[in-house]
Design a protein around this ligand. Structure first.
Ligand code: HGY
Ligand code: MN
Ligand code: MN
Length: 412
């Protein structure tokens, strides 16, 4: 049986290029949850799924799901996939590679009419990055039933609630619960994803197996002080929120630099009113802290909250700290990972096991079903950046590993 070949790799890269064009901006790739671009991306992936002979449905959070039945109809499925949303000024592989490798693996069986003892499903998750509503894994959490309906009240930067965004996207928020799958519907979940790090390139390996996914906490900080004239308000009478934020941000960097197992990032800051001759009366900023050690992450978050409150209080500024996201670090399923490693061994001189510093839908899916991840080498480890890139051959190897993993699972 001929395995994926150059054609497969070319099709993969062509499809990546098609999805790269579906963006909110003509100048860079950005595709957020429940936008017109999300709709276009879902429709395009649905078209490829149908052409491959999969039945397609879109659930009430906006996940697009293609299904290829097993030997028996309605058998539990091995689900594979990743997310179709992106960050701002994104790379074109983060998320999309996993959806399209999964589709290529199912196409391999569908083209031959080769049915397995389980169904195969391909999922394009609606939102993993959390760019629009700052809470992540909306798609995978809807499937596992862990999505809190209170999330529907979140407001985006344009003042649109998640509830209204879903209605505009053609969904019924009151039916959100119907996106939940039963644990018995699935036998497992596998996600292919770019490594977003330097290990595979350094080891000169095309793919590697993920051991665990780091825990992450996100904070949304609001500082309320007093706007004023930059020229007339004496320094000791100011309630300057941007200075309070600046002191906090330096503390965050200091705390996270002190421990190699911690990373901390302030990715966004907004000062209002944002004029050079006005003291900022209102400042908001985000905090993202990750660690393989939950204890270290939680301790760092406590320290960071303490510093923010102190930096605010010492300036007569009021601080509001929200925590829209917190996930513990989690190990990938040992059995699925072992089977994937056997397949990796057919294509690599050695099997590299890699912990993930980045978050992935696999972390959410592990709440419901045995799940594992395959990393693909990416140039310079660059990600969340337009220069994100992979070699087509490495993509083809990832597809081969997926196919061989499914064949091994079918023999179990
Ligand atoms: O932020 C992350 O780790 C992932 O890219 N959502
Ligand atoms: Mn990402
Ligand atoms: Mn991703």
């Amino acid at each position: 049986m001929n395995m994926p070949n150059e054609d497969t790799a070319n099709t993969l890269m062509q499809r990546i290029a098609v999805l790269e064009q579906i963006s909110e901006s003509p100048d860079f790739l950005c595709r957020r949850f429940a936008t017109a671009e999300h709709r276009r991306a879902n429709d395009q992936v649905a078209e490829w799924m149908k052409a491959a002979g999969l039945t397609v449905q879109e659930d009430q959070i906006g996940n697009i799901i293609g299904r290829f039945e097993g030997i028996e109809n309605d058998a539990p499925a091995i689900m594979m996939g990743s997310h179709l949303d992106t960050v701002v000024k994104a790379g074109k592989y983060d998320g999309m590679l996993g959806v399209l490798c999964a589709l290529a693996a199912v196409e391999h069986f569908a083209k031959r009419g080769e049915r397995l003892p389980f169904a195969l499903e391909v999922v394009g998750f609606a939102d993993e990055e959390g760019v629009r509503y700052h809470s992540t894994y909306l798609g995978s959490k809807a499937i596992t039933g862990k999505l809190d309906v209170a999330e529907l009240d979140r407001i985006d930067g344009e003042g649109i609630s998640m509830r209204n965004a879903l209605i505009q996207f053609g969904k019924d928020p009151e039916q959100l619960h119907t996106a939940k799958r039963q644990a018995s519907d699935l036998r497992g979940f596998i996600e292919v994803h770019i490594e977003q790090g330097p290990v595979l390139e350094r080891e000169n390996l095309p793919v590697g197996v993920v051991t665990s996914i780091a825990g992450a906490t996100r904070l949304a900080v609001q500082l309320h002080g007093e706007a004023g004239h930059a020229g007339t308000v004496p320094m000791h009478l100011r309630r300057d929120t941007l200075c309070a934020a600046a002191e906090s941000i330096c503390a965050i960097e200091r705390i996270c630099k002190a421990d190699p197992e911690l990373v901390g990032t302030v990715g966004r800051i907004d000062a209002d009113p944002g004029a050079s001759n006005v003291i900022p009366g209102h400042t908001t900023f985000t905090v993202d802290v990750r660690s393989p050690s939950d204890e270290k992450r939680l301790r760092a978050i406590d320290e960071i909250k303490h510093h923010i409150l102190n930096a605010a209080a010492s300036r007569g500024v009021e601080a509001q700290i929200e925590q829209p996201h917190a996930e513990p670090s989690i190990d990938c399923d040992a059995d699925i990972s072992r089977i994937m490693a056997e397949a990796v061994g057919n294509h690599c001189t050695s099997v590299q096991w890699i912990p993930s510093g980045a978050g992935h839908d696999t972390a959410a899916m592990l709440e419901m079903t045995p799940s594992g991840m395959l990393f693909v080498r990416c140039k310079g480890g660059i990600s969340h950046h337009p220069d994100e890139s992979i070699e087509a051959e490495d993509g083809a190897i990832a597809i081969k590993v997926l196919i061989e993993t499914l064949q091994k699972l079918a023999q179990q």
